[in-house]
Design a protein around this ligand. Structure first.
Ligand SMILES: [Zn+2]
Length: 288
């Protein structure tokens, strides 16, 4: 293949008119739509009242920045009761109404931001020739979150705390038992944010949690019928702490390891015998 069909990278309703290669690549497109649905009242408009050139960014190709110049149409909503007077076109999944970049460009920036940070993504984009600020990327992520609300979780959840900043800021995470995915990240670990969340999710029937009393108290108050389960991880953790405490009391801080090799000296054997003596151990610990 020697020629690349640029038209195949655009929806059918946008026809490529001209490609200009300078410092950047400018692709001129013409809208073939001639109709638009009002986003407020749903009225279908076919008569446009004007045209304008819409400039948007697309993904860079071969190290060059790509700008689209789209000759698009404007419409007036013909429904007299509608509050929306002027309408502009959108192009299916390709470009939304007021966006200044294509959807594939937005997708790329969002993935970059989620893998790095909003400011980090803005810096990488600037190096690639994409103009977008960190604040704009934050708005793009918020919009994505609004458009894709977290689905309601099942009736079994796991609750635990984690350090956002160790020793300073703690949060509470709620995970859906079925999907094993987080469904809420809440401020603090004193249980108050969990109380609010549970009040909005009264379908919860089982909660696995650590053995701290803050969560237990809140769950009992908001959902008295819910079964509370001490999860295996925290049971093991508690058992380990208890064993550690018991060993601290019973054993000295330092235990010499007896040398059992054949060439062992007589003195080492004597020491080993001493170590095995329980009374001597206690004496040893007291001296420390
Ligand atoms: Zn309308």
């Amino acid at each position: 293949m020697k020629n690349l069909n640029i038209q195949s990278f655009f929806p059918e309703c946008l026809r490529v008119i001209e490609i200009i290669k300078e410092k950047q690549i400018t692709i001129k497109l013409k809208s073939l739509k001639h109709q638009q649905k009002c986003q407020v009242c749903g009225q279908e408009m076919t008569g446009y009242h004007g045209t304008y050139v819409r400039t948007v960014q697309d993904l860079p190709i071969l190290g060059k920045n790509v700008i689209l110049e789209i000759t698009a149409y404007e419409y007036n909503c013909t429904n007299e009761d509608c509050i929306q007077k002027t309408l502009v076109e959108d192009y299916d999944e390709f470009l939304s109404k007021y966006s200044r970049m294509t959807s594939r460009c937005e997708d790329f920036i969002r993935i970059l931001a989620l893998s790095t940070s909003c400011e980090g993504a803005a810096l990488i984009c600037a190096k690639m020739g994409l103009k977008v600020s960190g604040d704009t990327i934050i708005r793009m992520l918020k919009k994505m979150a609004d458009e894709n609300p977290v689905p309601q979780c099942g009736d079994t959840i796991g609750v635990d705390d984690f350090a956002y900043r160790k020793g300073q800021t703690y949060c509470t995470v709620v995970c859906d038992w079925e999907t094993r995915r987080p469904v809420a990240v809440l401020e603090g670990r004193d249980g108050e944010s969990l109380r609010k969340w549970l009040q909005e999710n009264k379908h919860i029937k089982k909660v696995t949690r650590d053995r701290a009393s803050a969560y237990a108290k809140v769950i009992s108050e908001v959902l008295p019928e819910a079964m509370q389960i001490a999860d295996r991880f925290h049971l093991y953790q508690n058992l380990l702490s208890a064993v550690k405490e018991a060993l601290k009391v019973e054993l000295p801080n330092k235990i010499p390891i007896p040398n059992t090799a054949p060439e062992v000296s007589e003195e080492t054997v004597v020491n080993t015998t001493t170590i095995n003596d329980t009374d001597e151990l206690k004496k040893n610990r007291k001296n420390k």
